[in-house]
Design a protein around this ligand. Structure first.
Ligand code: HEM
Length: 204
Protein backbone atom coordinates (compact mmCIF):
# COMPACT_ATOMS: atom_id res chain seq x y z
CA UNK A 1 0.00 0.00 0.00
CA UNK A 2 1.18 3.52 -0.71
CA UNK A 3 -0.28 6.82 0.28
CA UNK A 4 0.24 8.48 -3.04
CA UNK A 5 -0.52 6.66 -6.25
CA UNK A 6 -2.51 4.07 -4.30
CA UNK A 7 -2.46 0.36 -4.16
CA UNK A 8 -1.86 -1.72 -7.27
CA UNK A 9 -4.73 -4.15 -7.78
CA UNK A 10 -2.53 -6.67 -9.62
CA UNK A 11 -0.01 -6.75 -6.76
CA UNK A 12 -2.81 -7.06 -4.24
CA UNK A 13 -4.58 -9.95 -5.97
CA UNK A 14 -1.42 -11.94 -6.65
CA UNK A 15 -0.44 -11.55 -3.00
CA UNK A 16 -3.85 -12.73 -1.82
CA UNK A 17 -3.71 -15.73 -4.16
CA UNK A 18 -0.19 -16.57 -2.96
CA UNK A 19 -1.49 -16.60 0.63
CA UNK A 20 -4.05 -19.32 -0.14
CA UNK A 21 -2.56 -22.76 0.66
CA UNK A 22 -1.37 -24.15 -2.66
CA UNK A 23 -3.57 -27.24 -2.76
CA UNK A 24 -6.69 -25.15 -2.19
CA UNK A 25 -6.12 -22.34 -4.62
CA UNK A 26 -7.33 -22.44 -8.22
CA UNK A 27 -4.60 -23.89 -10.44
CA UNK A 28 -3.69 -24.31 -14.11
CA UNK A 29 -5.00 -27.86 -13.88
CA UNK A 30 -8.33 -26.59 -12.59
CA UNK A 31 -8.51 -24.14 -15.46
CA UNK A 32 -7.85 -26.94 -17.97
CA UNK A 33 -10.60 -29.11 -16.50
CA UNK A 34 -13.13 -26.29 -16.55
CA UNK A 35 -12.22 -25.48 -20.14
CA UNK A 36 -12.92 -29.07 -21.11
CA UNK A 37 -16.49 -28.64 -19.88
CA UNK A 38 -16.81 -25.08 -21.02
CA UNK A 39 -19.75 -25.55 -23.41
CA UNK A 40 -21.79 -27.65 -20.95
CA UNK A 41 -21.18 -25.10 -18.20
CA UNK A 42 -21.95 -22.14 -20.44
CA UNK A 43 -25.26 -23.81 -21.36
CA UNK A 44 -26.27 -23.59 -17.66
CA UNK A 45 -26.23 -19.79 -17.74
CA UNK A 46 -29.98 -19.28 -18.08
CA UNK A 47 -30.94 -21.49 -15.12
CA UNK A 48 -28.02 -20.35 -13.00
CA UNK A 49 -28.89 -16.67 -13.40
CA UNK A 50 -32.59 -17.28 -12.76
CA UNK A 51 -31.96 -19.36 -9.64
CA UNK A 52 -29.38 -16.89 -8.34
CA UNK A 53 -31.68 -13.88 -8.58
CA UNK A 54 -34.79 -15.78 -7.41
CA UNK A 55 -32.79 -16.56 -4.28
CA UNK A 56 -31.72 -12.95 -3.84
CA UNK A 57 -35.27 -11.68 -4.40
CA UNK A 58 -36.64 -14.14 -1.86
CA UNK A 59 -34.41 -12.55 0.77
CA UNK A 60 -35.69 -9.05 1.65
CA UNK A 61 -32.31 -7.87 2.97
CA UNK A 62 -30.57 -8.76 -0.30
CA UNK A 63 -33.52 -7.84 -2.55
CA UNK A 64 -33.36 -4.27 -1.24
CA UNK A 65 -29.80 -4.00 -2.46
CA UNK A 66 -30.49 -4.79 -6.10
CA UNK A 67 -33.18 -2.10 -6.27
CA UNK A 68 -36.67 -2.29 -7.78
CA UNK A 69 -36.72 -2.91 -11.51
CA UNK A 70 -32.97 -3.50 -11.58
CA UNK A 71 -33.06 -7.29 -11.85
CA UNK A 72 -32.58 -7.25 -15.61
CA UNK A 73 -29.46 -5.12 -15.29
CA UNK A 74 -28.08 -7.31 -12.51
CA UNK A 75 -28.76 -10.46 -14.50
CA UNK A 76 -26.73 -9.01 -17.34
CA UNK A 77 -23.69 -8.51 -15.11
CA UNK A 78 -23.94 -12.06 -13.74
CA UNK A 79 -24.25 -13.46 -17.26
CA UNK A 80 -21.16 -11.53 -18.27
CA UNK A 81 -19.31 -12.79 -15.23
CA UNK A 82 -20.26 -16.43 -15.98
CA UNK A 83 -19.29 -16.08 -19.64
CA UNK A 84 -15.96 -14.40 -18.87
CA UNK A 85 -15.19 -16.95 -16.17
CA UNK A 86 -15.75 -19.85 -18.51
CA UNK A 87 -14.10 -18.26 -21.50
CA UNK A 88 -10.85 -17.96 -19.63
CA UNK A 89 -8.10 -17.16 -19.36
CA UNK A 90 -7.69 -17.13 -15.58
CA UNK A 91 -5.04 -14.49 -15.88
CA UNK A 92 -4.00 -11.54 -13.71
CA UNK A 93 -6.71 -9.42 -15.22
CA UNK A 94 -9.43 -11.92 -14.35
CA UNK A 95 -8.34 -12.12 -10.71
CA UNK A 96 -7.93 -8.35 -10.47
CA UNK A 97 -11.50 -8.08 -11.75
CA UNK A 98 -12.62 -10.27 -8.81
CA UNK A 99 -11.02 -7.72 -6.53
CA UNK A 100 -13.02 -4.98 -8.23
CA UNK A 101 -16.17 -7.12 -7.97
CA UNK A 102 -15.58 -7.28 -4.20
CA UNK A 103 -15.10 -3.54 -3.85
CA UNK A 104 -18.08 -2.73 -6.11
CA UNK A 105 -20.35 -4.83 -3.90
CA UNK A 106 -19.10 -3.35 -0.67
CA UNK A 107 -19.77 0.11 -2.06
CA UNK A 108 -23.43 -0.75 -2.68
CA UNK A 109 -23.86 -2.42 0.72
CA UNK A 110 -23.50 -6.08 -0.27
CA UNK A 111 -21.66 -7.55 2.71
CA UNK A 112 -19.08 -10.34 2.62
CA UNK A 113 -21.50 -12.81 4.29
CA UNK A 114 -23.97 -12.19 1.44
CA UNK A 115 -21.28 -12.77 -1.18
CA UNK A 116 -20.18 -15.93 0.60
CA UNK A 117 -23.78 -17.06 0.96
CA UNK A 118 -24.43 -16.64 -2.75
CA UNK A 119 -21.20 -18.45 -3.59
CA UNK A 120 -22.48 -21.35 -1.51
CA UNK A 121 -25.73 -21.18 -3.43
CA UNK A 122 -23.77 -21.38 -6.73
CA UNK A 123 -21.80 -24.40 -5.50
CA UNK A 124 -24.87 -26.23 -4.18
CA UNK A 125 -26.76 -25.54 -7.38
CA UNK A 126 -23.88 -26.70 -9.58
CA UNK A 127 -23.73 -29.92 -7.56
CA UNK A 128 -27.30 -30.67 -8.67
CA UNK A 129 -26.26 -30.17 -12.32
CA UNK A 130 -22.79 -31.68 -12.51
CA UNK A 131 -23.97 -35.20 -11.86
CA UNK A 132 -22.21 -38.49 -12.75
CA UNK A 133 -24.86 -39.04 -15.46
CA UNK A 134 -24.15 -35.61 -16.91
CA UNK A 135 -20.35 -35.89 -17.11
CA UNK A 136 -19.99 -39.66 -17.48
CA UNK A 137 -18.67 -40.81 -14.08
CA UNK A 138 -18.85 -40.06 -10.38
CA UNK A 139 -15.09 -39.54 -10.18
CA UNK A 140 -15.22 -36.88 -12.88
CA UNK A 141 -18.26 -35.16 -11.35
CA UNK A 142 -16.41 -35.01 -8.00
CA UNK A 143 -13.27 -33.68 -9.67
CA UNK A 144 -15.16 -30.89 -11.42
CA UNK A 145 -16.89 -29.92 -8.18
CA UNK A 146 -13.57 -29.71 -6.33
CA UNK A 147 -12.32 -27.45 -9.11
CA UNK A 148 -15.39 -25.23 -8.82
CA UNK A 149 -14.88 -25.12 -5.04
CA UNK A 150 -11.29 -23.93 -5.52
CA UNK A 151 -12.54 -21.25 -7.90
CA UNK A 152 -15.09 -20.19 -5.31
CA UNK A 153 -12.53 -20.14 -2.49
CA UNK A 154 -10.06 -18.11 -4.56
CA UNK A 155 -12.68 -15.55 -5.59
CA UNK A 156 -14.03 -15.27 -2.02
CA UNK A 157 -10.55 -14.84 -0.55
CA UNK A 158 -9.96 -12.02 -3.03
CA UNK A 159 -13.33 -10.42 -2.24
CA UNK A 160 -12.92 -10.52 1.52
CA UNK A 161 -9.24 -9.58 1.64
CA UNK A 162 -9.70 -6.77 -0.89
CA UNK A 163 -12.41 -5.36 1.38
CA UNK A 164 -9.92 -5.10 4.22
CA UNK A 165 -7.10 -3.81 2.00
CA UNK A 166 -9.19 -1.09 0.40
CA UNK A 167 -10.76 -0.16 3.72
CA UNK A 168 -7.28 0.35 5.16
CA UNK A 169 -6.16 2.23 2.07
CA UNK A 170 -9.10 4.59 2.58
CA UNK A 171 -8.16 5.09 6.25
CA UNK A 172 -4.56 5.84 5.21
CA UNK A 173 -5.72 8.41 2.67
CA UNK A 174 -8.18 10.08 5.02
CA UNK A 175 -5.85 10.27 8.02
CA UNK A 176 -2.60 10.77 6.13
CA UNK A 177 -0.97 8.11 8.35
CA UNK A 178 1.96 6.27 6.86
CA UNK A 179 1.26 2.50 6.52
CA UNK A 180 4.24 1.73 8.82
CA UNK A 181 2.79 3.99 11.53
CA UNK A 182 -0.63 2.40 11.17
CA UNK A 183 0.99 -1.03 11.45
CA UNK A 184 2.80 0.02 14.71
CA UNK A 185 -0.43 1.40 16.16
CA UNK A 186 -2.21 -1.79 15.16
CA UNK A 187 0.46 -3.94 16.88
CA UNK A 188 0.12 -2.05 20.14
CA UNK A 189 -3.67 -2.08 20.13
CA UNK A 190 -4.43 -5.59 18.95
CA UNK A 191 -3.40 -7.21 22.25
CA UNK A 192 -5.75 -4.90 24.12
CA UNK A 193 -8.55 -5.87 21.76
CA UNK A 194 -7.88 -9.59 22.08
CA UNK A 195 -8.05 -9.19 25.87
CA UNK A 196 -11.37 -7.37 25.60
CA UNK A 197 -12.88 -9.99 23.31
CA UNK A 198 -11.73 -12.78 25.66
CA UNK A 199 -13.36 -10.88 28.49
CA UNK A 200 -16.63 -10.56 26.57
CA UNK A 201 -16.56 -14.24 25.69
CA UNK A 202 -16.24 -15.48 29.27
CA UNK A 203 -15.30 -19.08 29.86
CA UNK A 204 -15.80 -21.63 27.12
C1 HEM B 1 -21.36 -15.07 -6.05
C2 HEM B 1 -21.66 -13.82 -5.72
C3 HEM B 1 -21.72 -12.68 -6.71
C4 HEM B 1 -21.07 -12.52 -7.90
C5 HEM B 1 -20.05 -13.45 -8.56
C6 HEM B 1 -21.47 -11.23 -8.46
C7 HEM B 1 -21.03 -10.67 -9.65
C8 HEM B 1 -21.16 -9.33 -10.00
C9 HEM B 1 -20.43 -8.65 -11.06
C10 HEM B 1 -19.44 -9.31 -12.01
C11 HEM B 1 -20.79 -7.34 -11.05
C12 HEM B 1 -20.27 -6.23 -11.98
C13 HEM B 1 -18.87 -5.77 -11.51
C14 HEM B 1 -18.24 -4.75 -12.46
O1 HEM B 1 -18.61 -3.56 -12.38
O2 HEM B 1 -17.40 -5.14 -13.28
C15 HEM B 1 -21.78 -7.18 -10.00
C16 HEM B 1 -22.41 -6.00 -9.67
C17 HEM B 1 -23.44 -5.90 -8.76
N1 HEM B 1 -23.95 -6.90 -7.94
FE1 HEM B 1 -23.20 -8.78 -7.80
N2 HEM B 1 -22.39 -10.66 -7.60
C18 HEM B 1 -22.56 -11.51 -6.52
C19 HEM B 1 -23.40 -11.30 -5.43
C20 HEM B 1 -24.29 -10.25 -5.31
C21 HEM B 1 -25.26 -10.10 -4.27
C22 HEM B 1 -25.47 -11.10 -3.12
C23 HEM B 1 -25.92 -8.92 -4.52
C24 HEM B 1 -27.05 -8.25 -3.76
C25 HEM B 1 -27.61 -8.68 -2.68
C26 HEM B 1 -25.34 -8.32 -5.70
C27 HEM B 1 -25.71 -7.10 -6.25
C28 HEM B 1 -24.96 -6.41 -7.19
C29 HEM B 1 -25.16 -5.00 -7.52
C30 HEM B 1 -26.20 -4.07 -6.92
C31 HEM B 1 -24.20 -4.67 -8.51
C32 HEM B 1 -24.00 -3.33 -9.23
C33 HEM B 1 -23.03 -2.45 -8.46
C34 HEM B 1 -22.81 -1.11 -9.18
O3 HEM B 1 -22.16 -1.13 -10.23
O4 HEM B 1 -23.31 -0.12 -8.69
N3 HEM B 1 -24.36 -9.16 -6.16
N4 HEM B 1 -21.97 -8.40 -9.38
Amino acid sequence: MTKNGGMNVFDLTSKIIADIPEGQRFSEKDAELLMRFKSQLLAMEEDLVKGFYDTIEANPQMANLIGHGAREEREKTLRRWWQRTLSGPFDDQYWAWQSLVGVVHIKVGVKNPMMMGMWTWVISWLRTQITPEFVGSKALADEIMVTVERLSLTAQAITAESYLAYYLETVIRITGFRPALLERMFRSEIDVLVGEVRGQLGSI
